[in-house]
Design a protein around this ligand. Structure first.
Ligand code: VG1
Ligand code: CO
Length: 545
């Protein structure tokens, strides 16, 4: 059998964003579209030839078809061995774990993460490198450059691989190993946490606990870890069957999209601990009775208490957070004498710091937290971390843990306002108004705060000195407050503007106020400068987290 070459012409806009290439399913289903991108990966990443590649996705519509196409192309491009999750399933953190454990040269993860699925929803593809993490900008740039010149792809004519049984199959001389998607990942998490202590906590009759997989990829992972290994009742894991359209919802774990879980736990106090994850299993939302944990606070709490967890008992090397993430983790790092790094939005920027051993924990405000055990954010890891903390601190609740944390380190009130599917011209102009105003902002007042610096965030990677510019506009009032605005790099419709607000409060008597009330002066300030609501004709954000 010999590989066939199919002539194609380049498609516009195959530029990976914050996390891979994301487009409407219809765009991906155009003849040659997926093939053009995948061939560009093979053409630009020549070290994959003769190597091992990991392949799997979040189970959304088009996942299985895309996997069959990629397998036939991989064989024609000289890949020696493919590791594919059974049923085409691999959560993003599990794919990272598999790449690392099997010494693969990289992986292709098929997901548009928290974006809706189904035939009218989104699809996505992301290339991860040999460290298990998302490709850095230098690699995504090389792939993108290749997509602008691609003129053919290589493929074998071959029948579909049976994805539904753990097995060894072949396409020509390429081995296709269909693997259990959970085994490697579960084994890794078992080395990090005190499973006996968590098991005892979960079995306590007064500990009411639920995990919502949101009809997405974490279902099988949560069932294995929480039910089979940790003894939770079967009904503690809900929406556990991955569906091609995620049951018609947004698989995005936040108070807006995991609305029922939020109501039951935070508003009605009916559960002591609840958590949810997103489409591809890398995000986590942590809720306690009567309280939602802000993801920025979550990172800070995990860092402050890491030594209570076996995998981090010897201490952590340092922490990193994305720029818009609140500075709660910085306060912990300063107190504990740990290194602390501020990176652009997107997990790819943590990879070098993790590889160099400069940090152990990292996180983003967008419900992402993880550690050096993989090179992706990891939803269930964060859930187990919180359970382990609660198990290690008998008598504490999520709420009491947070209150104690704020008393010690101060509280960073935090909220993100998203304006979705805004006309691209209107969004760009609004941000440009803020950009133009930056030099004149220092010394201006925002409520009780005074602007100290205002800039367009640029990052120099401390390990390889690569520079990433234009990573978000920020207005900083010393340690007291920040307003940040940037355009989303994961949306597929118009432009999504994200505005982030942070206010610091050291006085314990003022640490239990309403978040939106505390940031209100910052919200007014942002509108005054950007004119975004006015220009887009909106009365407020589409989503508040
Ligand atoms: C968003 C988040 C970012 C996250 C990215 C991928 O990006 O803000 O923090 O890393 O999604 O998350 P953006 O550019 O839309 O703001 V996921 O769970 O989609 O892999
Ligand atoms: Co995700």
């Amino acid at each position: 059998m010999s590989a066939r070459e199919v002539a194609i012409t380049p498609f516009d806009g195959q530029k990976p964003g914050t996390s891979g290439l994301r487009k409407k399913v219809n765009v991906f289903r155009q003849p040659g579209y997926l093939e053009a991108f995948v061939q560009s990966v093979f053409d630009s990443q020549t070290d994959l030839r003769g190597g091992t590649l990991v392949l799997g996705g979040d189970g959304r519509f088009f996942n299985r078809q895309a996997i069959q196409v990629i397998l036939r192309m991989a064989a024609a491009n000289g890949i020696a061995r493919m590791l594919v999750g059974r049923a085409g399933i691999l959560s993003t953190p599990a794919a990272s774990a598999v790449i690392r454990r099997h010494g693969a040269q990289g992986g292709l993860i098929l997901s548009a993460s928290h974006n809706p699925g189904g035939p009218d929803g989104d699809f996505g593809i992301k290339f991860n490198i040999g460290n298990g993490g998302p490709a850095p900008e230098s690699v995504t740039e090389a792939i993108y450059r290749r997509t602008t010149q691609i003129d053919r792809y290589r493929v074998f004519d071959h029948h579909d691989i049976d994805l539904d049984h753990v097995s060894l199959q072949h396409i020509n001389d390429m081995a296709v190993e269909v693997i259990d998607p959970v085994d490697d990942y579960a084994a890794l998490l078992e080395t990090l946490f005190d499973f006996d202590a968590i098991r005892a906590l979960i079995r306590r009759p007064d500990f009411r606990f639920r995990f919502d997989a949101m009809h997405a990829v974490t279902g099988p992972y949560a069932k294995r870890l929480l039910v089979e290994m940790l003894g939770a009742p079967a009904d503690a894991v809900i929406n556990a069957e991955p569906k091609e359209d995620f049951g018609g919802g947004h698989p995005d774990p936040n108070p807006a999209h995991a609305e029922e879980l939020y109501r039951e736990t935070v508003l009605e106090g009916g559960l002591d601990f609840a958590a949810a994850s997103d489409g591809d299993g890398d995000r986590n939302m942590i809720l306690g009775k009567g309280i939602a944990v802000s993801p920025s606070d979550s990172l800070a709490v995990l860092a402050a208490n890491a030594t209570l967890v076996p995998g981090y008992a010897k201490g952590i090397a340092g922490v990193a957070r994305s720029m818009p993430t609140s500075r709660a983790a910085d306060a912990v790092a300063a107190d504990l004498g740990l290194a602390c790094f501020e990176t652009p939005t997107g997990w790819k920027f943590f990879g070098n710091l993790l590889d160099a051993g400069r940090i152990t924990l990292c996180g983003e405000e967008s419900y992402g937290t993880s550690s050096a055990h993989v090179r992706e954010k990891d939803g269930l890891w964060a859930v187990l971390f919180w359970l382990n903390l609660l198990a290690a601190k008998p008598g504490e609740t999520v709420a009491s843990l947070l209150s104690a944390h704020w008393r010690r380190f101060g509280r960073h009130y935090y909220s993100r306002h998203d304006y979705e599917a805004v006309d691209t011209g209107i969004a760009t102009a609004a941000l440009q108004r803020l950009r133009d105003a930056l030099p004149s902002l220092p010394e201006n007042r925002i409520g009780e705060h005074v602007v100290t610096t205002a800039d367009d965030f640029a990052y120099t990677d401390p390990i390889d000195n690569s520079v990433s510019k234009g990573q978000g506009l920020r207005v900083v009032c010393g340690e007291q407050a920040r307003v940040i605005a940037r355009l989303s790099g994961t949306g597929t419709e118009g432009a999504t503007v994200r505005v982030y607000f942070e206010v610091f409060e050291s006085d314990p008597a003022r640490q239990h106020d309403d978040v939106q009330a505390r940031i209100a002066p910052l919200v007014d300030f942002a509108e005054r400068i950007t004119g975004l609501r006015k220009a887009s004709g909106r009365s407020g954000p589409d989503v508040i987290t």
